[in-house]
Design a protein around this ligand. Structure first.
Ligand SMILES: Nc1ncnc2c1ncn2[C@@H]1O[C@H](COP(=O)(O)OP(=O)(O)OP(=O)(O)O)[C@@H](O)[C@H]1O
Length: 303
């Protein structure tokens, strides 16, 4: 179990994290979601021992991040948001270089380097200089450098920012493989779909405060009831608002009522009576984006 106990962090007068507490099960994937500037990177840096000056503490396998930083660092692989590689070296030499920081040497280092190159799908490019790599390949190599010492906890700070879909899928495969191996993954993102897809539990962070935490099912049950989504021509003739609360969404409307199935039946009857064929009419399950908006009034999504 990883426990985050009342973490607060100030940058001068700015309170970047305000009394964060949460627990993360070992072997699970935890997603930290919030908009730009919410405090995700700051918490990731505290987790990984990069930031020392903060209030509260984090315990990893019973070890205090504050008091036993060196021991904790051995358990953790930290992938920072910024790419941190030596461009003039080959991929393999970067791995050898970073591996030596973790105390790996000789055959162990060679074996781990080979294994990691394969894991990140770059075995064919091991002898090429990093300066010839795409952004996505660099991101994968950045991950490789952080997992050379085979850490049981992997912290990834927005690893898919600014990369192509192919590299994103490749990073997802690496994460799935790490999950299957039983690693604990702490993953920050402002892409809700990624977190919904990858993570077992989710923390929502806004303006330095953890506004909610739980599994997707728990969050959905707690905050949003299923509603209806309807789009198409002639909806004004039906008068959606007499069936519940109406809110426009994309090219249609979300209709919230106490009994969505009953409302669906009534709408179908009304559409028949008015000879209207809607483009879409369906039950709508709230997404993370909707829950975040309900809680904070802030949109997570990039415009
Ligand atoms: N070294 C620093 N000095 C001063 N302020 C900082 C520093 N690092 C971060 N901040 C501020 O702290 C707040 C939280 O920043 P942080 O980088 O943790 O957010 P984030 O959620 O990771 O954002 P992003 O998604 O843009 O990376 C922001 O207001 C940011 O400007």
């Amino acid at each position: 179990m990883i426990t985050v106990d009342n973490i607060s962090k100030r940058y001068d007068s700015l309170l970047a994290l305000n009394d964060i507490h949460l627990t993360i099960q070992e072997g699970s994937c935890f997603g930290l979601v919030g908009p730009n500037g919410a405090g995700k990177s700051t918490l990731m840096k505290i987790f990984s021992g990069v930031l020392h000056d903060f209030d509260g503490d984090i315990h990893v396998q019973g070890l205090s991040v504050k008091k036993e930083r060196i021991k904790v660092k051995k358990l953790i692989g930290y992938i920072p948001q910024e790419i941190c590689l030596e461009e003039t070296l080959t991929a393999k030499d970067n791995l050898l270089y970073f591996g030596s920081f973790y105390g790996l040497k000789g055959k162990d280092l060679q074996d781990r380097t080979r294994k990691v190159l394969q894991q990140i799908g770059l075995e064919e490019r091991g002898k090429d200089k990093v300066s010839t790599f795409s952004g996505g390949m660099k991101r994968r190599l950045n991950i490789g450098c952080a997992i050379l010492h085979d850490p049981s906890i992997i912290i990834m700070d927005e690893p898919t920012v600014g990369i192509d879909p192919q590299s994103r899928n490749s990073i997802f495969s690496i994460i799935h493989e790490l999950k299957e191996k039983g690693s604990t993954i702490i993953y920050s993102s402002h892409y809700m779909e990624e977190v919904e897809q990858l993570c077992d539990s989710i923390g929502l962070i806004d303006k330095g405060a953890l506004v909610e935490c739980g599994t997707m099912d728990e969050l959905q049950q707690k905050y949003n009831k299923p509603s209806l989504f309807v789009s198409g021509e002639g909806l004004d003739d039906v008068g959606l608002s007499k069936h519940g609360d109406v809110e426009s969404k994309g090219n249609g409307y979300i209709l919230q009522s106490d009994d969505p199935l009953m409302t669906l039946e009534k709408l179908i009857a009304e559409f028949r009576a008015h000879n209207i064929l809607p483009r879409r009419l369906e039950l709508y399950q709230p997404k993370l984006e909707d829950i975040f908006f309900t809680l904070t009034g802030t949109q997570l999504r990039d415009s």
